[in-house]
Design a protein around this ligand. Sequence first.
Ligand SMILES: Nc1ncnc2c1ncn2[C@@H]1O[C@H](COP(=O)(O)OP(=O)(O)OP(=O)(O)O)[C@@H](O)[C@H]1O
Ligand SMILES: [Mg+2]
Length: 328
Amino acid sequence: MHSNSKNFIGKSKPILEILALVDKIAPTTSTVLILGESGTGKELIARQLHLKSNRAAMPFVTLNCGNLQESLLESELFGHEKGSYTGANAKKIGLCEIASGGSLFLDEIGELSLGIQSKLLRFLQNGEFYRVGGKHPIHVNVRVISATHRDLEGQIKEEKFREDLFYRLNTITLKIPPLRDRTADIPILVEYFLNKTGQEKVFQIDPPVLELFAHYPWPGNIRELENIIERMKILTEGNTLSLDDVPIEIRTPTLQQMKIKKLDLELTLDEIEKNHILRVLTHCQGNKAQTARNLKITLKTLYNKLHNYGMLKSTRETQDFLLKRSQL
Ligand SMILES: Nc1ncnc2c1ncn2[C@@H]1O[C@H](COP(=O)(O)OP(=O)(O)OP(=O)(O)O)[C@@H](O)[C@H]1O
Ligand SMILES: [Mg+2]
């Protein structure tokens, strides 16, 4: 599937609100600033804004502001005239011009140097710019969307980002929450990544894996989830991804990683107990005797709890358990 036609998957409250806002603002020309941690889907949202606008048939042009040094970035953005500097053998059309009539997506906007920031500000204010070495202003009609994972307001305080540019860029701000704060999206995202279009094999996932995913803090957000699912699909023996297929770093996230997860006031004590049991179980690679020993409970209690959670892996295991229970 071409990345342009990718859908933005999600059904959590914050995502539905963002998608509703996207529908509302897409047809306008207002500048949009998209904030969010790495891998939360900022670029995908930018593309949605373009695709849902009346500019959809026109170009969507992306510039990663963190990749180039200042002089190259300026000529990339605004173009240059022939002979404007050593090595400029021909005229170059900048991305602002290429995006004419469409949308210009400035990714990693927080990386822009102050020099380019002032040129960009002038462009946003007047809709005109000069090619490097150019004498005549060029007018274009471009919708500017920008994104960053940085705290721009903090950068303003440190005088690394111009406040006036910030207000020009963020007529509308979309804040995409990290995946750990919208765990309701995990099952449908997993389903989406599990069975992408054009794939021959059909995959399924064991419910305990989803349970585990819901408690992992996902520092790399959706990108990390997508990568993990791809990895599990390659490594699994059959068609069902089970706890055994989950990479070790997801099974036992570091304390540091767990700390970034927000305190969830809605969690009940039972749920916390269940989480802990499941984490110890996965840490012990599914070994129930070892898990029970670690938890200082009997094997019978452990089986009882897993049975109640519906977490015994197979019907055979359930039968074994019921048999064991009758013998214990
Ligand atoms: N809601 C979603 N539905 C489907 N795919 C998603 C969703 N959010 C993100 N993705 C996928 O996750 C990956 C990362 O998304 P994207 O590149 O948009 O993130 P980003 O916020 O721009 O990250 P970075 O800050 O690292 O550039 C992409 O492959 C994207 O298609
Ligand atoms: Mg990005």
